[in-house]
Ligand binder design. Structure first.
Ligand code: ZN
Length: 97
C-alpha cells in the first residue's frame, strides 16, 4: 500500500501584481439622448448639475456627443449624490428665502 498525498496548492499572490499600482478608475456616467436616442458614456467633466430650491428645478445637463443637442434631465436625490460624488460641476440655484 502506498499513500500519496499530493498537495497541489498554488500560491498566487494577486497583491504582488497590484503592488504600487493605484486603481484610479475614471468616473463615467451612462446617459442617453432623447433626440437621436444614442447611448453613450460621459465623463464627469462633460456633465453639469444644477441644484435648485425644489426638485423640479434640480436637473443635470450635457451635450450629446452624437448630434450635439443640449440635453436636460431632472435629477433625483440619488442622481445628485452620484454626480456630486463623481466630481461633476455643481451649480446651486439658490433662491433667497
Ligand atoms: Zn443626440
Amino acid at each position: 500500500m502506498s499513500e500519496s498525498s499530493v498537495a497541489g496548492v498554488r500560491g498566487m499572490s494577486v497583491a504582488a501584481a497590484f503592488a504600487g499600482m493605484r486603481s484610479v478608475a475614471p468616473v463615467v456616467f451612462r446617459a442617453g439622448c432623447p433626440d437621436c436616442r444614442g447611448r453613450f458614456e460621459l465623463a464627469a467633466s462633460a456633465l453639469r448639475l444644477a441644484i435648485g430650491a425644489s426638485r423640479r428645478s434640480t436637473f443635470y445637463s450635457f451635450t450629446c456627443p452624437d448630434c450635439g443637442a443640449a440635453v436636460r434631465k431632472p435629477a433625483g436625490e440619488r442622481i445628485v449624490e452620484l454626480l456630486t460624488g463623481g466630481g461633476v460641476r455643481t451649480l446651486r440655484l439658490h433662491s433667497t428665502v
